[in-house]
Design a binder for this molecule. Structure first.
Ligand code: MN
Length: 701
């Protein structure tokens, strides 16, 4: 049956008695004129589509402007009509909605992940202007899915995939259950036609088989409720194909293994009755403790409220039971649309939209996240409602995505608390940062003013909020450190060459806007100081040449934790090699110097200037170290030692031997080694030589 404009007008009048039907009629005429002669793939007049979409909008009980916009939603896209025309004819409110819809309709998700993310961002932005835009878009998508059979197989798959990936999860997130279900069922039917058919048949058969049993159960419940004078509507329901499909896929089981495809729903008048009914049910049948869920006290983020329990029924079979009020049931189906539906005398207000904090947060984040892929990733994580609920020590409930850690908790309370988080006490027990929160945990964050975020925190944190804060802290730190460093390097170099130069004159040469940017580049090691000096005094080529070529930063074999790309050099005093326990020291003007932790110099360093450093694996560069051998002063001794060193393929860069009065000799060697194990291996071999009394690595020469 095709929808006629009168059906829409009838529907509107039913929930808005004094609706201004003239506007709807006027938009209808306008749309009919624009779409005249156009047909859909099905062969029917194009106008049927906006009519169907507008009809779905009346099913959501949205206001007249939304219905008008639904009728006009494709007029700009498919014709020569302009948004300006719409604005002149129908005013600001309707043209805002139509404009938003037109923008969204130009977005296509089937592209690279990056584009997809960018498009998603655009869609959210359009939505954020007015949520009705998105509700109309969902209605549009629903009708397109209902008429997908006219498309070619390839575009069926593309559109169904996009619906399942983007629109159904968003409908879920907005709590519009009925629409989510229909989108999922239709998508699956196109994506996995065989699996869908089989499952559907099996579900129907199961429903038939169980019908009698369930009716019996319902009668029993009804009798008990009557005894307790509880007014309730008891129904049974069957699971949707898509949710069973997902369950089978997730658990890797056959259909026979799924027991809870049928359930019972009890609708009562008020919240107190929900809990009373739960008590009555539990007195009738034994509940499975872990399956009792109170979404009334802890509503889901999409506003869903209900009590859930699973009991062992009369024949020992599991029965899933949901208990909720009429209002909760309504919201469970309509979600955000229930807040946007037309209310008599009350204009739809911004305030209603505020209830959907998730959407606001999402939009906030999208401004902070610069990498679109990262954004998409976080949206995808946030879209899927695997959530954990935990308590603050005061008993407040906080909600997190599954896998969230104390870091997420800390950042959700306060950014500073996040930065200083060292761990948490969960139910009184100390746990590390990477502990995964579980529902019901009481979380107390431990903090220290000495604590700072590290790069590894990005892997520990799960929520977008925490990651964004960590990343922004790291970026600021990195930049501040390198600006200071770069500035010192620059000034010191000029001083050593006895030149004065205004740094601002150099900016254009390196295409920087501010001195800070140039300093940061020097500090990061992106530009060497010699490159800069060369621009200051081109004739002073010798300065650049006589010095050893600047080592590439990434070949130093060491990374500075949390601060990548800084100039790194190795201390001459202790000459650390890979494998040594090391500390980084922020020098004044020469980047980071790496010392062995047992270097006496380290003990005197201001702890404020120490930074954690780590060896990179698989580094093949050699480092110079110094060691001394105490041995018998006999002919051939020195030769034997150097032979061993050479036999290990180790280069000697310096050698000094001194005879002692007691008939011993001290030989000092400087050699190039790759790492600690190579050095230890060498020491073992030298130690085994007869005549060698002692071998030790020297800290300072
Ligand atoms: Mn459309």
């Amino acid at each position: 049956m095709t929808v006629r404009i009168n059906d829409i007008l009838d529907e509107v009048s039913a929930y808005i008695p004094d609706a201004d039907k003239r506007i709807i009629e006027k938009t209808y005429v306008f749309s009919a004129r624009v779409h005249q002669g156009q047909t859909r793939l099905s062969g029917e007049p194009y106008l049927n589509h906006p009519l169907e979409v507008a009809y779905i909008i009346t099913q959501m009980h949205l206001d007249v402007a939304a219905i008008a916009a639904a009728l006009l939603h494709d007029t700009i896209e498919d014709s020569l009509t302009s948004l300006e025309d719409i604005k002149q004819e129908f005013g600001d409110e309707i043209s805002l909605l139509v404009g938003g819809l037109t923008k969204i309709s130009r977005i296509h998700f089937q592209s690279t992940e990056e584009e997809q993310a960018e498009n998603f961002r655009k869609m959210l932005l359009a939505m954020s202007k007015d949520l009705r835009i998105f509700l109309i878009k969902l209605a549009d998508r629903l009708h397109n899915m209902r008429t997908l059979q006219y498309h070619k197989r390839q575009s069926q798959i593309r559109i169904a995939r996009e619906t399942l990936d983007i629109y159904a999860p968003l409908a879920n997130r907005l709590g519009i259950h009925w629409l989510q279900i229909e989108l999922e069922e239709l998508s699956l039917a196109y994506l996995e036609p065989e699996a869908y058919k089989t499952l559907k048949t099996e579900l129907d058969a199961k429903a038939k088989e169980k019908e009698g049993y369930l009716k019996e159960i319902i009668a029993k419940i009804q009798t008990e409720l009557d005894k307790e004078h509880v007014n309730a509507d008891v129904k049974w329901r069957i699971k949707h194909v898509y949710s069973v499909y997902q369950k089978l896929k997730k658990q890797g089981i056959a259909f026979e293994g799924v027991h809870d495809v049928l359930g019972i729903r009890i609708i009562v008048n008020n919240m107190e009755d929900c809990y009373r009914v739960l008590g009555i049910i539990h007195s009738m049948w034994k509940p499975i403790q872990s399956r009792i869920k109170d979404f009334i006290a802890m509503p889901k983020e999409n506003m869903y409220q209900s009590l859930h329990t699973t009991v062992f029924g009369p024949l020992g079979q599991r029965i899933e039971i949901q208990i909720r009020t009429k209002k909760m049931d309504y919201i469970a189906n309509e979600g955000i649309a229930s807040h946007w539906r037309y209310k008599e005398g009350a204009k739809i207000s911004e305030h209603d939209g505020e209830k959907l904090s998730w959407l606001r947060q999402l939009l906030e984040w999208q401004q902070e996240l610069k990498d679109p892929r990262e954004f998409l990733q976080s949206v995808k994580i946030d879209l899927f409602p695997d959530e954990v609920y935990v308590f603050t020590p005061k008993g407040d409930v906080l909600r997190f995505p599954a896998g969230a850690t104390p870091l997420d908790f800390a950042y959700s309370v306060h950014t500073e608390l996040g930065h200083q988080c060292t761990g948490a006490k969960i139910n009184g027990q100390i746990v590390p940062l990477r502990y995964r929160l579980k529902s019901g945990d009481v979380v107390e964050i431990m903090r220290s003013s000495k604590q700072h975020p590290g790069k590894d925190w990005l892997r520990i944190a799960k929520t977008t909020r925490a990651k964004t804060k960590i990343r922004s802290w790291l970026r600021t730190q990195e930049r501040e450190q390198s600006i200071a460093l770069g500035k010192e390097i620059y000034e010191k170099k000029l001083k050593s060459l006895h030149i004065k130069h205004d740094v601002d004159d150099l900016l254009a040469e390196f295409s920087f806007k501010k001195a800070e940017d140039l300093f940061a580049a020097i500090g990061f090691g992106r530009i060497s100081i010699n490159q800069v000096i060369h621009r200051v005094v081109p004739e002073q080529k010798t300065v650049a040449r006589t010095r050893a070529p600047q080592k590439k930063v990434d070949s130093s074999g060491i990374t500075v934790k949390g601060v990548e790309g800084l100039l790194v050099r190795f201390a001459k005093c202790c000459r650390p090699i890979p494998g040594d326990v090391v500390e980084g020291f922020i020098t004044r003007g020469r980047g980071i110097t790496v010392h062995r932790r047992d270097c006496p110099y380290v003990a005197d360093i201001d702890p404020q200037r120490l930074v954690p450093v780590e060896w990179e694996t698989d580094v093949s560069e050699s480092h110079e170290i110094e060691f001394s051998v105490l041995c018998k002063d006999k002919p051939g001794m020195l030769g034997s030692i150097t032979a061993i060193i050479g036999g290990q393929d180790i280069n000697i860069t310096k050698l000094k031997a001194n005879s002692l009065p007691n008939g011993s000799s001290i030989c000092n060697f400087r050699v190039m080694v790759k790492n600690l194990s190579e050095l230890e291996n060498l020491f073992d071999k030298v130690r085994r030589l007869s005549g060698v009394e002692k071998i030790e690595r020297l800290l300072a020469s």
